[in-house]
Write a protein that binds this ligand. Structure first.
Ligand SMILES: C=CC1=C(C)c2cc3[nH]c(cc4nc(cc5[nH]c(cc1n2)c(C)c5CCC(=O)O)C(CCC(=O)O)=C4C)c(C)c3C=C
Ligand code: FE2
Ligand code: FE2
Length: 336
């Protein structure tokens, strides 16, 4: 049968993996930060208030005051490669592509800002990917991170006549490969320090406390990660939540308050890790490595080290190959 002239060419089927992270402004200036925060904080998975109440506060107060302050913070961590969150996520995709070989197409996208999930899904589709694994890089599941990343992907698929088949990466907070990657990285970073920490503090991004009561598993999954880390590491491991936003009650204990309390309990030398972040970003490099350090030292602490996220390290690539290879079972001949 001859195909009609407008019939789409049928490409050779390919498997794709889309790594997804939160998103970041395009530049560290107030205008770019305002655009980014406007999109991020209008997501009802992030701020769970009726738009009729929230949008006037967002547009009238937050977006008129916060972008300038946040832009200043971004300037302190920005590099010649751009925003750390973006370039670490890009480097992770490039290294994973190398590791997985040409049988799988690995790409990356951001939930807010660029490159958008819709644009990368469309590019993958054009490149012939008919089976795509969405991989939100959040070890602990939350509606505000994992679910909204998948929502954005499904919203983009809604506009496609011929959709690829989709799978999504489950949370990996208690996966032995994740705990092993964290342990290897933490042990190596601690061994390279010029002091021996009295303790480790694992600081997770906070969430409004009501999300826990409404059934979001983020808090419990973070607690389980810490329990498993305690079993894997020799140093004592404490836990806290950072990055408070707004007036509601957030998960406790809060990071800076915990650091001050640790000093009161006699801890002088500390190493802080952020196992809930797959890549270093504003919240780790500015809030922890700069501001929390300052708070710890002013409270009477003596030595503070921030240990980097897994980023695109060989440990991270081994981890993602394992997690992703498992989810691609039946889609590729041999799980990676
Ligand atoms: C209601 C507000 C927020 C919720 C809920 C929230 C959850 C949440 N966020 C991350 C990871 C990241 N957040 C980052 C920045 C950031 N987060 C909020 C607010 C909420 N986050 C704001 C306003 C900002 C922007 C910076 C600022 O103005 O202070 C980032 C870093 C982005 C970057 O560009 O580097 C990450 C990563 C998680 C994991 C999470 C829930 C579990
Ligand atoms: Fe956040
Ligand atoms: Fe912050």
């Amino acid at each position: 049968m001859t195909l009609p002239p407008n019939h789409p060419a049928i490409p050779t089927p390919k498997v794709g993996v889309l790594l997804i992270n939160l998103g970041t402004p395009d530049a560290p200036d107030a205008g770019s930060v305002r655009r980014y925060l406007g999109e991020f904080l209008s997501d009802r998975r992030v701020v769970e208030l009726p738009p009729i109440l929230w949008q006037p506060i967002l547009r009238g107060i937050i977006l008129t005051t916060r972008p300038k302050k946040s832009a200043h913070a971004y300037q302190q961590v920005w590099t010649d490669q751009g925003s750390p969150l973006a370039f670490h996520t890009r480097d992770t995709a490039l290294a994973l592509q190398q590791a997985m070989g040409p049988g799988v197409t690995v790409d990356w996208a951001m939930r807010y800002g660029n490159p958008s999930i819709a644009s990368r899904l469309s590019a993958m589709k054009k490149a012939g990917c008919d089976r795509i694994l969405l991989a939100p890089l959040y070890p602990q599941y939350s509606g505000a991170t994992t679910a909204t990343a998948n929502d954005a992907a499904f919203a983009a698929l809604k506009a496609m006549r011929w959709q690829p088949a989709i799978r999504t990466l489950p949370p990996y907070h208690d996966d032995s490969a994740y705990i092993a990657a964290l342990k290897t990285a933490i042990d190596a970073h601690v061994a390279a320090l010029d002091f021996t920490p009295d303790a480790i503090l694992a600081s997770f991004h906070g969430m409004p406390e009501r999300t826990l009561h409404l059934g979001d598993p983020y808090h419990c999954q973070s607690v389980k990660t810490v329990r498993l880390l305690r079993e894997a590491l020799t140093l004592p491991v404490h836990m806290s939540f950072q990055s408070r936003f707004g007036r509601a009650k957030w998960l406790e204990p809060e990071t800076e308050a915990t650091l001050a309390e640790l000093v009161r309990d006699g801890v002088r030398n500390i190493a802080v890790v952020t196992p809930g972040f797959s890549a270093d970003c504003l919240e780790t490099l500015e809030e922890i490595a700069l501001r929390a350090k300052e708070a710890f030292l002013s409270a009477g602490g003596e030595k503070f080290a921030y240990l980097p996220c897994l980023n695109a390290s060989p440990d991270a690539i081994t981890l993602y190959q394992r997690l992703i290879g498992r989810e691609l079972s039946g889609w590729i001949d041999q799980p990676a």
